[in-house]
Design a binder for this molecule. Structure first.
Ligand SMILES: *Cc1c(COP(=O)(O)O)cnc(C)c1O
Length: 357
């Protein structure tokens, strides 16, 4: 606290990201990064953009990132005017909160979901009301169909639970709320769900957000995007152009476009994660854990006899890090990212050891 801080800064409660440790040889299963490198075509594209001497870095990038928007539009069979891109989907989400969710009525989101949403509400002064998930951590779409609201945001599959909401439920929620924007954050959709993007053709209030950080192995490049009606996209462009004209640098535009275009590599990398997830779920279940059904690249698991915080600390002592949220309802769960097969094997062995089974 300092006398120079504005009232806005005094009142902030910033998001705390999962740890990015500087120590080598850690098995890192705490921030849902992909265990495989990105498509080799990403590297080729970045090298080509750098050229022999990097002279192109003298020049500003395309403020509209048209190359990337065109690649995304083609991949999802939408028009380029339906695509917004940003510096990670976190930035895209931030612009959405300011541009489309700040209204007199409170917005709605689940009590257990991506913990950045209340942070954006605090930053932009967006009123919000949380809706409790059911005891099995599922979302009841009807909870979002009766209540007047200033907007709705749902992570699907949800984080950190991993549970998937069927497309029909999203269709129902979007249809029942014609006067508010319904945002579906699909950060994990490629690991077992069906995207709501095709529904944007029928619902002008539906906005779908994706990231290249998880299923495209590019958390370090910082690229995310939103797809929806051109009027929604225009609102985001207005905020973006009042904030930073060049959120994506030249290397990010080139690399991200190449990643989107390499569907074959992408599909294979997703299948690998899903196969490893199935093995890990079986292993954890065998060790006595209750594991929620996951359509994501992580699992959410609880041991009926052992404290989750203690398990996380015991794993940490064995150089394995997982995520433990000290939050109501989920404090006895661990969120474990799907790493490589070897990482997950090591995790299973360490837990076996810790539990003494
Ligand atoms: C990881 C994640 C994001 C952020 O993605 P970036 O593109 O890396 O900013 C957004 N939403 C959810 C639910 C996530 O888990």
């Amino acid at each position: 606290m300092s006398r120079f801080w504005s009232q806005v800064v005094r009142d902030l409660t910033p998001y705390v990201p999962g740890e990015q440790p500087k120590i080598a040889h850690l098995i890192k299963l705490n921030t849902n990064e992909h265990p495989s490198p990105p498509s080799p075509k990403v590297l080729e594209a970045i090298r080509a953009e750098l050229g022999e001497d990097g002279a192109r870095l003298r020049l500003y990038p395309d403020p509209n990132a048209d190359l990337l928007k065109t690649a995304i539009a083609k991949r999802y069979a939408v028009a380029a005017q339906q695509v917004f891109v940003g510096n990670g989907s976190d930035e895209v989400l931030a612009h959405i909160f300011m541009a489309l969710l700040k209204h007199p009525q409170p917005i709605l989101f689940p009590d257990i979901t991506y913990s950045f949403y209340p942070v954006y509400c605090g930053l932009y002064g967006v009123a919000h009301r949380t809706v409790a998930l059911a005891d099995d951590f599922s979302i009841d779409p009807e909870d979002y169909c009766q209540t007047p609201n200033g907007g709705i945001i749902i992570t699907n599959p949800n984080a950190p639970t991993g549970r998937l909401l069927p497309l029909a439920a999203i269709d129902r929620i979007a249809g029942a709320n014609p006067d508010s924007v319904v945002v579906i954050d699909e950060a994990y959709i490629d690991f077992g769900g069906e995207s709501a993007i095709p529904l944007t053709a029928r619902h002008d209030n539906l906005l779908v957000v994706h990231t290249l950080s998880k299923s495209r192995s590019l958390a370090g490049l910082r690229v995310g995007y939103a797809i929806g009606h051109p009027d929604l996209i225009e609102a985001l462009e207005r905020v973006k152009n009042s904030f930073n004209s060049y959120p994506l640098d030249r290397l990010a535009i080139a690399g991200a476009a190449a990643a989107i275009e390499d569907d074959e590599y992408f599909a294979r990398a997703c299948r690998q994660v899903i196969a490893t997830r199935d093995q890990l779920v079986a292993r954890l279940t065998g060790l006595g854990f209750d594991v929620l059904p996951s359509a994501a690249n992580f699992v959410f698991a609880r041991h009926p006899q052992r404290d989750a915080g203690e398990l996380a600390r015991a794993l940490r002592a064995r150089n394995i890090i997982v995520r433990h949220f000290k939050l109501p309802r989920i404090e006895q769960f661990l969120r474990i990212s799907i790493g490589s097969e070897l990482d997950c094997l090591a995790l299973g062995n360490a837990l076996h050891d810790i539990l003494g089974t």
